[in-house]
Ligand binder design. Sequence first.
Ligand code: UD1
Ligand code: UDP
Length: 371
Amino acid sequence: MAEKEVLLVFGTRPEAIKMCPLVLELKRRGHMNVKVCVTGQHREMLQQVLHTFGVVPDYDLHVMKEGQDLYDVTSRVLLGMRDILVQEKPDVVLVHGDTSTAFAACLAAFYAHVPVGHVEAGLRTYDLESPYPEEYNRQAIGISARWHFAPTQAAREHLLREGKDPARIYVTGNTGIDALQTTVRPDYSHPELDWARDSRLLVITAHRRENLGQPMREMFRAIRRIAEDFPNVKAVYPIHLNPLVRQIAAEELQGCDSIHLIEPLPAEDFHNFLKRSYLILTDSGGIQEEAPALGKPVLVMRNTTERPEGVAAGTLKLTGTGEAAIYSACRTLLEDPEAYRLMAQAKNPYGDGTASRQIVDILERELHAQA
Ligand code: UD1
Ligand code: UDP
């Protein structure tokens, strides 16, 4: 029987963090020909992750440019993938989540009649504007994907309600938890954590497209007020490389001694920062999965979330993006130990860290059955 080929395509930091464990597991088994194509939708932030996991791509589409919009990324990935699909003729293309990279790579595979496996399938808000354009992307991928690797039962339910074949939906947990298990260490240290040693540490991230502008200003104003009002609080904010985010962060947060604006951290460092934090404020998706596993309360500075499991577990609280609501929620967690205790319970709705192994088992079985 000819060796089957699996082509993994990803391009941004969060996709890389959640796809590298899968790449490593596929290569460890050695049963299939494994090819990795990075689109380079992100550049430096992607390289950080590849370096952490020691993954060397076979292809790099180098699509990133400053100020890229959705048309740029989608069209460049779609065209770049055409040539690679012709050359590789893979038996399956694996994409992750809901980025423009994932959407365009899935569309390219559909055009080439190559089956797609969708990792982290079935997350939904059913609001196409929030998160934008991710809700569209993941629903669109769901239309043509042959295999849906859902992280939770709730994600599976979404896919069932949309009429997907139950036999092709697998609940595997999230590969992000696999990654987390390899990064967090009790003996970790870092100069920023030394700086915050005797304080309550807030870890901040923000980047969502729909929050650029006034919502992001409001988030940062709330955080600045907290930092000014609570002398025993320090905040570390590794700023996303999007120049629009960096400009707003500089305008709203610079000059406050208890807030450190730093460069994006490698995943292994960032995960240890989360572990050491008192509280996380973010509009990120992936951090909403990592924090419950670490028992860290998260104020989710968004109006919707596709991760209701973390809200149900009590670790996540949706604040919206208004300054007053974020300030008040943060103040409560700093002043009310019982409110804090209720949120700081380590629960892990996103699997036991074996998602990659399960996905590889399923792929081997499915592709074998086709032989
Ligand atoms: C993208 C994804 C989003 C994901 C996020 C993770 C889409 C539509 N959006 O949004 O779903 O949550 O990644 O972070 O796919 N930049 C650099 N270097 C880097 C990375 C980014 O300079 O390594 C700058 C570039 O100027 C780039 C800008 O950031 O133009 C925005 O990057 P882009 O991938 O378009 O959007 P994100 O907001 O990162
Ligand atoms: N992350 C990181 N370094 C940082 C900030 C975040 O490695 O400085 C990780 C974080 O642990 C999570 C992922 O990046 O795994 C989230 O990425 P991001 O917030 O950019 O995207 P999203 O998850 O919102 O799509």
